[in-house]
Design a protein around this ligand. Structure first.
Ligand code: PRP
Ligand code: HPA
Length: 173
């Protein structure tokens, strides 16, 4: 991609400050409980690992990978599990950790799938929320930033598998 089209949307300091605030909320809300943090690969990796550093209650981590059918830019709404969780979530307080909620299809599918496995609770924590592109009525319990309808990359998010390593969120214009 022509890199002059990439602009910073959320810088590294703002990201880290907000992630610390989200962790404080989570620590408060789950006091006395154990948290099963579920990272949605690959985009959720950076957010999951940074968020987890500030979690002060007992917690476990597990990873799941899902993929949408169809071409890369157009969400078809059909989601396929590429890698399932390693461990059971029965009777556990599950927090799904995602990088972005766009159409909402991925998180709606995942929330329903995990809710069927008899957890004690299932909540969603998304770093970014693009409410204007939502197609299904799924809601996050914890949201880092609500953003405009722009294609974003960095901090886990990719453009054709690249740019996930940027320490900030950028938009393409
Ligand atoms: O709300 P939606 O429209 O469903 O879009 C959000 C999903 O799309 C991206 O994943 P992608 O399938 O690109 O995989 P990746 O995380 O491996 O990049 C992102 O990480 C979310 O999982
Ligand atoms: O804006 C985005 N950027 C990268 N990946 C995504 N997956 C859904 N929306 C986006």
């Amino acid at each position: 991609m022509d890199e002059s089209r990439i602009h910073v949307m959320i810088d590294e300091v703002s990201l880290q400050n907000r992630i610390r605030q989200l962790a404080d909320e989570i620590n408060h809300d789950y006091q006395g409980k154990e948290l099963a943090m579920i990272c949605v690969l690959k985009g959720g990796v950076m957010f999951m690992t940074d968020l987890a550093k500030y979690i002060q209650i007992p917690m476990t981590m597990d990873f799941m990978s899902v993929s949408s059918y169809g071409n890369q830019q157009v969400s078809t709404g059909i989601v396929k599990i590429m890698k399932d969780l390693d461990n059971s979530i029965e009777n556990q307080h599950v927090l799904i950790v995602e990088d972005i909620m766009d159409t909402g299809r991925t998180l709606q599918y995942l929330k329903n799938l995990l809710a069927d496995r008899n957890p004690a609770s299932v909540k969603i924590c998304t770093l970014l929320d693009k409410p204007h592109t939502r197609v299904v009525p799924v809601k996050a319990d914890y949201t880092g930033f609500v953003i405009d309808d722009k294609f974003v990359l960095g901090y886990g998010l990719d453009y054709e598998q690249h740019y996930r390593n940027l320490p900030y969120i950028a938009y393409v214009e």
